[in-house]
Design a protein around this ligand. Sequence first.
Ligand SMILES: NC(=O)c1ccc[n+]([C@@H]2O[C@H](COP(=O)([O-])OP(=O)(O)OC[C@H]3O[C@@H](n4cnc5c(N)ncnc54)[C@H](O)[C@@H]3O)[C@@H](O)[C@H]2O)c1
Length: 232
Amino acid sequence: MKIALIGYGKMGKTIHELAEQHGDGVVFIIDRNSSDQLNHMNRENVDVAIEFTNPESAFENLKYCVVNQIPVISGTTGWLHRYDELVRICHKNDGTFMYASNFSIGVNIFFEVNKFLAEKMSGYQEYRVSMEEIHHTEKLDAPSGTAITLAEGIVEKNSRFESVKEIDIHSKRIGKTPGTHTIEYHSPIDSIEIKHTAHSRRGFAKGAYEAAVWIKNKKGVFSIQDMLFGDQ
Ligand SMILES: NC(=O)c1ccc[n+]([C@@H]2O[C@H](COP(=O)([O-])OP(=O)(O)OC[C@H]3O[C@@H](n4cnc5c(N)ncnc54)[C@H](O)[C@@H]3O)[C@@H](O)[C@H]2O)c1
């Protein structure tokens, strides 16, 4: 598989290691100082692009890929106000695209647990919901994309909420923390807490790599749930 890595920071480098272990060729490594290389990519010289950059550059990188029919997966967070626009461009150009706020398999199972709990708690007004997310100090966006997905899951399943803005999200930036998310339902009588702790970046990289393999011969816009649970 010919892989292009767009963004060669912590995630890009971890995915590179994994791709090499699988014997794949990394044919482009595009970082901030070599962003002009993007224009050299096409669907003949790249099978799939993996994009982990920053909120400012993600949209243009992804647009280039979908317009040029290079299947692309992105894990960059903080640019989602333009997600619908990208989906339209992707469909119009017969492109291929997957975004996930979190590529870890464990977190995606945690998303399902979160929705289950949100639905069960729907009728119990006495429980106050709050969320805490902790990440490393270099993270640019807050709250995290994962926290936003969790809040969306609560709003979808718990009839007490109409908007993610109603959910209290506390963001903390501590040391090198890869990513910890806790949801608490608190009442004067008791509390229920669910928590996911990433121990390293490898879980995100593994999921992103598997998504790249899964998407490379498909057309359209996909979510990681399509890949993991097949429930599109
Ligand atoms: N979805 C997930 O599972 C997941 C997991 C971890 C991180 N993330 C997100 O992925 C993104 C990257 O995370 P990271 O930890 O690798 O960050 P990082 O800061 O270590 O790396 C980002 C890299 O992008 C490069 N870059 C900046 N502008 C660019 C451009 N125009 N073209 C190409 N490269 C450019 C930077 O030079 C840097 O090397 C962040 O938005 C983070 O929140 C998502």
